[in-house]
Design a protein around this ligand. Structure first.
Ligand code: 6R9
Length: 565
């Protein structure tokens, strides 16, 4: 038996891997008696019942607002929101999407939605019209929670399933346009309301990008709470006495799974900082709230590094115990920079939207191996397998794979069971990443196997960008790849051919970049555009991104037998 309170360390790690069962962690939750559960009850209500009602659960600041929320306050606000949703006819299983700036109302809406068994769909604030529409359409969302500014990017006339739009921060709303004011919703009473659910019932949908087709709706269940709880406890090493800031936007999995669920399930207060990236504001936030555990990402570290260490020196950051990183490879130089600047280690951890929570980690109780992702957390079996799902030897490069099931594993891809089935080969979940394992069981990340682009730690699907590019009047065809970038990991590069009558110029390229930025999302816009007379294609007409990439990186193009001409 593993002592649940203490993360496995180097001495007992192997034993923990051999003996830890998720049922042990399940015992910490209420369903053990009732058979039913709800992640919101566990994260918020139960903390109130256990005497933490007046403890701070959330610190929020954005330069304008400066607020604190106790567990009880979040409980009451989310009860009001939940009752308001019910009054609109929202029931278990309905999709409620949230498209808001990073503010406490984001969390209130998430908690209120999930509390009544509805499925929350968190969206990233930077999405533009096309990205918003695709996600609301695919999920058949019934309610959207948004702000007056972001509402302008919601094509209501093209979304007949969307019955109501709750607007946060509007003085008045247009009821004829299906709108209802947040303050109206919040007039409902705050007495407790919880829908008791089966643990496999749906909790939230995060859309994420693959290499082909539209974004995929990754559906996570309430049972993921067990995994998020263990990641919080062992990987992020969170205690109720910590003050924890995860910088990720709740529109991405890191912002919900690691940003709200993992800490609250462990009774750890959360810091949320509104507004855009700004080194001064970030250091000020760390100092002001006396943050002890900070979760960020390599691109942000590189941007802080570029801004200069002198800025950090102006603030008292002595409360930091350690820093966490995920989303992209964490190079050893960054770990060194972290040590020099903050005097604490940065621990890398690997996972995906689809895995629900952390899978491989340099967790604090282990010894860091800089440059590696670390070791699998006990309870999850990880392997390197070949293309037919057969395990490979140590130091052999192959597919990073995981043995299903584990609690955080997605339940399905919304509306697309065949896409879900595509993830599994010979009984293994295939991540799409390539990696190898060393003699000591540490895993080393190599790259993506498919064409998915990772820019600033955010996943961008080339197909979504290509589809948007060809809507521009000047663009005939487009092939999109990721190219290495010293700060952002990768940046989006587009190869295009022009329609008749258009000529290459800097202005035209600028216009095309802006077109994608304004209609899809800022982070997805190509930062480099190269005009070609033609693009490499298969005989069936598919653009061969692999060939573009090989040319770009000066590596062999591989099998080109299907190339046309
Ligand atoms: C949590 C998150 C998943 C993809 C994943 C991989 C990359 C994540 C990483 C990492 C190297 C790490 N990734 N963690 N690469 N080292 N520690 O980022 O989820 O947005 O779904 O992205 O991100 O390529 O496949 P998501």
């Amino acid at each position: 038996m593993i002592n649940m309170a203490i993360a496995p360390n180097l001495e007992n790690y192997e034993q923990a891997r051999a003996t830890f069962k998720w049922e042990e962690a399940e015992k910490e939750f209420t369903w053990n008696k009732s058979g039913k559960c709800n992640i919101v009850y566990e994260a918020i209500d139960r903390k109130c019942e256990q005497g933490a009602a007046n403890d701070i659960a959330l610190y929020y600041s954005d330069g304008d607002r400066d607020e604190q929320y106790t567990y009880e306050k979040l409980q009451k606000l989310s009860n009001r929101f939940a009752r308001g949703l019910k009054s609109l006819g929202v029931a278990k299983g309905d999709r409620v999407f949230i498209f808001l700036p990073r503010t406490p109302e984001y969390y209130v809406a998430m908690l209120g939605t999930i509390r009544i068994g509805a499925i929350a769909g968190p969206l990233f604030e930077a999405f533009m019209e096309k990205a918003v529409k695709d996600r609301l359409e695919d999920s058949e969302a019934k309610v959207l929670v948004t702000s007056p500014e972001l509402l302008e990017r919601v094509p209501l006339h093209e979304l007949p399933e969307l019955k109501r739009v709750i607007i946060v921060g509007a003085d008045e709303v247009d009821e004829g346009k299906r709108q209802v004011a947040y303050q109206e919703i919040m007039r409902h009473d705050s007495t407790p309301i919880v829908e008791w659910l089966d643990k496999e019932d749906a909790m939230m949908i995060h859309y994420t990008s693959g290499s082909t087709g539209k974004p995929k709706g990754v559906l996570l269940s309430h049972y993921a709470m067990v995994h998020m709880y263990i990641s919080g406890k062992w990987v992020y090493d969170l205690k109720p006495t910590d003050i924890y800031w995860c910088v990720a936007d709740p529109g991405w999995i890191t912002g919900t799974s690691a940003g709200m669920w993992a800490p609250w399930l462990n009774g750890t207060p959360v810091v949320m900082r509104g507004g855009r990236f700004n080194p001064e504001h970030w250091y000020e936030t760390l100092a002001k709230h006396k943050v002890t555990v900070w979760f960020s990402a390599p691109t942000a570290f590189r941007m802080l590094m570029a801004a200069g260490t002198e800025i950090a020196k102006k603030y008292d950051l002595s409360n930091l115990r350690h820093i966490l990183s995920a989303g992209e490879p964490l190079n050893p130089e960054l770990i060194k920079w972290g040590m020099d600047t903050f005097g604490v280690p940065i621990y890398d951890n690997w996972w995906m939207t689809e895995t629900g929570s952390s899978v491989i980690a340099n967790f604090p109780a282990l010894e860091i191996r800089p440059g590696s992702m670390g070791k699998p957390i006990p309870g999850i079996e990880v392997e390197i397998v070949n293309n037919i799902g057969t395990p490979m030897g140590t130091n052999e490069l192959g597919n990073l794979a995981i043995k299903p099931p584990w609690p955080g594993l997605m339940k399905t891809i919304w509306n697309n069971p065949s896409k879900y089935a595509d993830y599994f080969v010979n009984g293994w979940y295939i991540s799409g990443d390539s990696a190898y394992k060393d003699e000591d069981g540490y895993y080393w990340f190599e790259g993506r196997i498919d064409d998915v682009i990772n820019t600033m730690g955010e996943r961008v699907g080339p197909f979504e960008v290509e589809s948007k590019l060809v809507e521009h009047p000047a663009v005939a065809e487009a092939g999109v790849i990721g190219v290495p970038d010293p700060v952002r990991g990768e940046v989006v590069k587009a190869y295009i051919t022009l329609r008749q009558g258009f000529h290459e110029s800097d202005e035209l390229k600028e216009d095309i970049m802006n077109f994608v930025r304004e209609r899809l999302a800022a982070h997805a816009r190509p930062r480099i555009i190269e005009v070609r007379n033609k693009l490499p294609k298969t005989r069936s007409g598919k653009i061969m991104r692999r060939v573009l990439k090989a040319k770009e990186l000066n590596i062999p193009t591989g099998d080109v037998s299907t190339i046309d001409d």
